[in-house]
Ligand binder design. Structure first.
Ligand code: E4P
Length: 218
């Protein structure tokens, strides 16, 4: 599974990119607002740090507006993925932008039928929002499992499932088990993935024993 980080905080992205484990970045209008920067500058900075896909979301809701904004965003760097909402206008824009050779991430997906339409529209990524479904008492991971089954039923569908609105390490594991191609994860959750008290305890014991040997490896 690929790991994207869900943030527009360039310092955090730089930090995580140094691990060599970061495959891409997703942003949305709320994250850009939180960054305090201008969208074109922020996306350009992120693209300079990360080689993989960097999602930048349009703000227009009509086809012509999305096309115009999509072209502006795509011109920032080769790895920009244009993010469009899952509406009929968004699907039309998805079809047109992918035909022009751009990567497109269809966002705000909350049903399997929406995901099927996005794949038919040629989306590079579909973003089912697991956490927001959990928030209203639905099962977000069930949606990811459903999309996996549907996409696997048809050879012609190449859209990648990008598990979004991931809130916990458990979500990450469940998304991987459901066969999501990508999980986009907030930095704090990504950092938690290595943590286990037995790892810390075991390492402390190994280091204490090593100290007693008086040896040095280099
Ligand atoms: C990803 O592309 C989305 O912008 C993001 O995962 C939404 O997460 P949230 O529901 O925690 O805001």
């Amino acid at each position: 599974m690929k790991f994207f980080v869900d943030t527009a905080d360039v310092a955090e992205i730089r930090d995580l990119a140094e691990t060599g484990l970061l495959d891409g970045v997703t942003t949305n209008p709320s994250l850009i607002a939180k960054s305090g920067g201008a969208i074109r500058d922020v996306i350009a900075e992120i693209c300079a740090v990360v080689d993989g896909p960097v999602s930048a979301e349009v703000a227009a809701t009509d086809f012509d507006g999305m096309m115009k904004e999509g072209e502006v965003l795509a011109a920032i760097a080769d790895n920009v993925t244009i993010k469009v909402p899952l509406t009929w206008e968004g699907l039309r824009a998805c079809r047109a932008l992918t035909r022009k050779g751009h990567m497109v991430n269809v966002t705000l997906c909350f049903s399997a039928n929406q995901a099927l339409l996005a794949a038919k529209a040629g989306a590079t990524f579909i973003s089912p929002f697991a956490g927001r479904l959990d928030d209203i008492g639905s099962d977000g991971m069930e949606l990811i499992r459903e999309i996996r089954v549907i996409y696997d039923n048809y050879d012609g569908l190449s859209t990648e499932i990008l598990a979004a609105s991931i809130r916990t390490p458990l979500h990450v594991k469940q998304a991987a088990m459901a066969g999501a191609d990508v999980a986009t994860v907030p930095p704090a959750v990504l950092k938690k993935l290595t943590q286990h008290p037995l790892t810390d305890k075991g390492l402390a014991a190994f280091l204490a024993d090593w100290e007693k040997t008086g040896q040095s490896i280099v």
